[in-house]
Design a protein around this ligand. Structure first.
Ligand SMILES: O=C(O)C1=C[C@@H](OP(=O)(O)O)[C@@H](O)[C@H](O)C1
Ligand SMILES: C=C(OP(=O)(O)O)C(=O)O
Length: 450
């Protein structure tokens, strides 16, 4: 399938993935949600008054977002809350200015959510990022912004690098886009739309739209900031979202833990027959990671949501799963890792769009799990994972944070897994190796398996 190439002998640092010598029994405080933090930053930057983000995620993707907004004139002060209770960012909106340059890294949220903001700036904003950012689809945002009145120079591929020539305002209005390759096209247009002269009406045309929970997150956060949004769920047309022009409120937003980044830790409970508690798991949330409760329960564990958080308990026995992950695609790598350790076959469906994520995740997962002796086959939009005895070896990660955390899950049960460039986890999870070894250190001898 799509070529995932590795050149022998050029491995950036290899991290020996720790094996678990017993059942984990730990409480793991997972840092804030990437998706909530980056939406929170945009909405606060576009508001009519200052706002706060409490417990924001401080990782590569969110720092790139903050830096880009600062480059356009927004004030973002990073500090500690008055009660000493964790990090707080104060966001002070200001007129949006160009010329500015934006480094998007390999952050989908930065490369898609910021061009509509840049269209409101009063000068040119140049966008560029990691080599992979040139390959990730952006046409939905570029074409839509042009249709809504923006001037954009790109090289004609509908991808980065590009310059958005902000004109100080944008007409807005109705627009049709094909967002089947990324839900972030829709979220991008909706987030800035209260500041467009006519708001926006986005109509998705094309094949099925992935990651609907992330669009719900956009809609919920817009409404919480005072925007008026019409959706199919509120009685509107299917595949159509309308945002009215309005001022946005400055909020005091507490960022939820990143439930997708809780995945490897919950998986550790499943794989080792142990128990992991994630504090502050929200009772209601739009984060796709909430689906892990159902998915990992089906794979053999059980979970309990209490005031302390979510406690997930495994039995040490893992059952394969047949699951459509179209709406929760970013959970796939860790679920695939667990499936590779299961005692029956798994099929993960509806995930063709993952070929356009940080790397081609279907090709990368198949190649790397098979490199350890696994039996994974890909179709254009699915993975079939058949149990097979795994052995140690190098797990390449292709600068994909979720490939690295997936490898760590396999490493719990398989001796000698070496993870290439584990530092790539910093895209969304600061100090993953520290959190991971901390979880394993907290394994109590009484909880260890015989
Ligand atoms: O809006 C968001 O915060 C996200 C939407 C999803 O993107 P796609 O729809 O491109 O999969 C998800 O995979 C990504 O990690 C975060
Ligand atoms: C797809 C992902 O990220 P991005 O926001 O870069 O699209 C992800 O985090 O799994």
């Amino acid at each position: 399938m799509t070529g995932i190439e590795t050149s022998p002998g050029t491995h950036p640092a290899l991290w020996p993935a720790p094996t678990a010598d017993g059942a984990v029994d730990a409480t793991v405080t997972v840092p804030g949600s990437k998706s909530v933090t980056n939406r929170g930053l945009i909405l606060a930057a576009l508001a009519a008054e200052p706002g706060w983000l409490r417990r924001p995620l401080r990782s590569r993707d969110t720092l790139l977002m903050a830096e880009a907004l600062r480059a356009m004139g927004v004030g973002i002060e990073e500090g500690v809350g008055p009660d000493g209770g964790g990090e707080v960012w104060r966001v002070i909106p200001a007129g949006l200015h160009g010329p500015a340059t934006v480094d998007v890294g390999n952050a989908g949220t930065v490369m898609r959510f910021l061009p509509p903001v840049a269209a409101l700036a009063d000068g040119p904003v140049r966008f560029d990022g990691d080599p992979r950012s040139h390959e990730r689809p952006l046409h939905g945002v570029i074409d839509a912004l042009r249709a809504l009145g923006a001037r954009i120079d790109d090289d004609g591929r509908g991808a980065l690098p590009m310059t958005v020539h902000g004109g100080g305002a944008l007409d807005g209005g109705p627009v049709r886009i094909d967002a089947s390759s990324s839900s972030q096209f829709v979220s991008a247009l909706l987030l800035s739309a209260p500041r467009f002269n006519q708001g926006v009406e986005v109509r998705h045309v094309g094949a099925a739209l992935p990651s609907l929970p992330h669009i719900r997150m956009t809609v919920d956060m817009l409404r919480a900031a005072g925007a008026r949004v019409d959706t199919a769920e509120a009685g509107g047309e299917r595949g159509v979202w309308r945002v009215a022009p309005s001022a946005l409120l400055g909020r005091d937003l507490v960022v939820e833990p990143d439930l997708s980044n809780a995945a490897p830790f919950l998986a550790a409970a499943l794989v080792t027959g142990g128990r992991v508690t994630i504090p502050d798991w929200p009772e209601h949330t739009t984060q796709p990671g909430d689906e892990l409760r159902r998915i990992f329960t089906e794979m053999g564990g059980s979970c309990e949501l209490t005031e302390t958080g979510l406690t997930f308990t495994g039995t040490g026995r893992i059952t394969g799963i047949d699951a459509d992950l179209h709406e929760v695609g970013e959970l796939t790598p860790v679920i695939a890792a667990v499936a590779a350790l299961a005692d029956s076959e798994s099929v993960l469906r509806g995930i063709g769009h993952l070929r356009l994520h940080e790397t081609d995740r279907l090709a990368a997962l198949a190649k790397e799990i098979n490199g350890l002796g696994g039996d994974v086959t890909e179709t254009e939009d699915s993975l079939r994972i058949v149990p097979a005895p795994l052995r140690g070896g190098i797990f390449h990660t292709y600068e994909d944070h979720r490939l690295a955390t997936a490898a760590a899950v396999i490493g719990l049960a398989v001796e000698g897994v070496q993870i290439e460039n584990v530092a790539t986890t910093a895209k969304t999870l600061p100090d993953f190796p520290g959190l991971w070894t901390g979880m394993l250190d907290a394994t109590t001898p009484s909880a260890r398996r015989a």
